[in-house]
Design a protein around this ligand. Sequence first.
Ligand code: AMP
Ligand code: ZN
Length: 139
Amino acid sequence: MTDKDCIFCKIANGEIPSASVYEDENFRVILDMGPAAKGHALILPKNHFKDLNELDEATAAKVLPLAGRIGAAMKKSLGCAGYNVVQNNGVEAGQTVFHFHVHVIPRYEGGPKMVEWEPGSSTPEGLAETAKSIAQGLN
Ligand code: AMP
Ligand code: ZN
């Protein structure tokens, strides 16, 4: 279940070397080559899934606990104050590599702001209408 043209398949399965943090039968965790902060890691499943909507349930169930373990290790060993877990789906959402992956980004005291946005405005009616639209999409 790998894609021969996918760079993250090759990295996850050890065909291309990487700065590897962790490996088990399902995942490899590597350091991002363009880190947003020191220690920025990527969790890569060894099987190829394009994005969150293609991910199988068994892999999905394991990925968030692993992100928590990596984040805890970063706090312990790198001394970061916290961390962000980020996962992009689609070009418009910032996805550039189309092999599902989860970013774990250490956040240091006094470090740059990231993964933040200006809160917009809302009305109870507007929120209710939008909530209804999304709920309809679940069917
Ligand atoms: P995304 O924008 O969510 O698709 O994230 C892709 C991430 O992969 C970016 O942060 C890149 O810096 C990182 N990246 C791309 N190619 C490599 C590579 N060969 N080794 C390590 N990180 C990579
Ligand atoms: Zn792949």
